[in-house]
Design a protein around this ligand. Structure first.
Ligand SMILES: Nc1ncnc2c1ncn2[C@@H]1O[C@H](COP(=O)(O)OP(=O)(O)O)[C@@H](O)[C@H]1O
Ligand SMILES: [Mg+2]
Length: 360
């Protein structure tokens, strides 16, 4: 029997669970298989916005395509709202895809259809009658702020407006989960922010769970309360976005974030940094602290503790998923005494620190 008809009791608060999921491509005709996902364990909280970040080729799209059954796991389980996707037959998959909306980087609109008719498409496919479709689509056009554009064709609309159609179309079947595959990657920064605001509103107002994948840290930082970092098919770090972004543990996370979060170092300084100090070198260290008010006293105490030799290279107050924090990039002599004094101070104050490198 089709598993969609016998959903498991919904005891957990996770909307999606990946359990030891591995996905291999190829491997036939004597070719070695390519492992795109390798033992992924991850849960996506119900009602939240979860981001998955990673470089190009890390396995993000493959991961998200397992959720609506566009790909099938080679081993392990993908469970969506209590139902194991891998066990679903044709009708079960069709039901699942009505429950799971998806938006794309290049919008995937039909150019021969108006905005309205693009949004209506999934409902036509589902066999809904004309009147019911109109009743469903008209409020969606308003929801995404395209009230006056319903009769326009995609070619007449901006990128942001096209993505708004994509979002309305994804919502047409009243899904409980929205998947976003790089939905803002083709948009300029300002349009990106407006689309992210719309996704935030939809998450809050409709209680829709959002799972988004992106290579843009800015996207995760702006809207995702939870994040997982994927690298070469493995989840290397996951948790609250604020925690992960202010104290990244894995080097992939650190390098993805170093350019995007808080105080930034000019590239010409960054390019010359070495992993180990040579005699006479200075240590370049990023300090992260919480609450904007900590800025002034911290700077004064740093100078008092580390000495007048301390140099402030960059500083910023930033915000992650709505929570403020500050960061400073400082340098000081990388001699054993100074490093020791600094380490003691960081330990006493509980400051989060990251050594960016050493240089002259
Ligand atoms: N259908 C496929 N056949 C063979 N290899 C694939 C297929 N889909 C993806 N891959 C490979 O899997 C890896 C991860 O791809 P993808 O999930 O698209 O990464 P991302 O979305 O993070 O850029 C890439 O090396 C890609 O070439
Ligand atoms: Mg991709």
């Amino acid at each position: 029997m089709d598993r969609a008809e016998t959903p498991l009791a919904q005891t957990s608060d996770s909307m999606v669970a990946f359990e030891s999921v591995t996905k291999r491509f190829g491997g036939s005709n004597g070719q070695p298989a390519f492992t795109a996902l390798d033992g992924v364990d991850l849960t996506v909280a119900r009602g939240g916005i979860t981001g998955i970040i990673g470089r190009s080729g890390a396995g993000k799209s493959t991961l998200i395509r397992l959720v609506n059954g566009l790909e099938k796991a080679s081993s392990g389980r993908v469970v969506v709202d209590g139902i194991e996707v891998g066990t679903l037959a044709e009708t079960g998959l069709r039901d699942l895809r009505r429950q799971v909306g998806m938006i794309f980087q290049h919008f995937n609109l039909l150019s021969s259809r108006t905005a309205f008719d693009n949004i209506a498409l999934p409902l036509e496919i589902a066999g809904m009658d004309r009147k019911a479709i109109r009743d469903r689509v008209a409020p969606l056009v308003d929801l995404v702020g395209l009230g006056d554009k319903a009769d326009r064709y995609p070619a007449e609309l901006s990128g942001g407006q096209k993505q708004r159609i994509g979002i309305a179309r994804a919502l047409a079947t009243e899904p409980k989960l929205l998947l976003s595959d790089e939905a803002t990657s083709a948009l300029d920064p300002e349009t990106t922010q407006s689309i992210l605001e719309l996704l935030k509103d939809i998450n809050r107002d409709l209680g829709l769970t959002v799972l988004l994948i992106t290579h843009e840290m800015e996207v995760v930082k702006t809207i995702a309360s939870q994040v997982a970092v994927i690298d070469k098919g493995k989840i290397v770090e996951s948790g609250r976005t604020f925690d992960i972004f202010t104290a990244p543990q894995h080097e992939t996370t650190q390098s993805l974030l170093s350019a995007a979060i808080g105080a930034k170092l000019p590239e010409w300084i960054r390019a010359d940094l070495k992993p180990q100090p040579a005699p006479g070198d200075r240590a370049l260290v990023r300090l992260v602290f919480f609450g904007e008010t900590a800025f002034q006293p911290l700077t004064a105490r740093l100078v008092a503790e580390i000495g007048p030799d301390l140099n402030i290279l960059a500083g910023a107050i930033d915000e992650i998923a709505g929570e403020p924090f500050g960061s400073l990039v400082v340098s000081y002599a990388a001699d054993p005494q100074t490093l020791e004094r600094a380490a003691r101070f960081y330990q006493q104050t509980g400051l989060t620190t990251e050594v960016l490198g050493y240089g002259a």
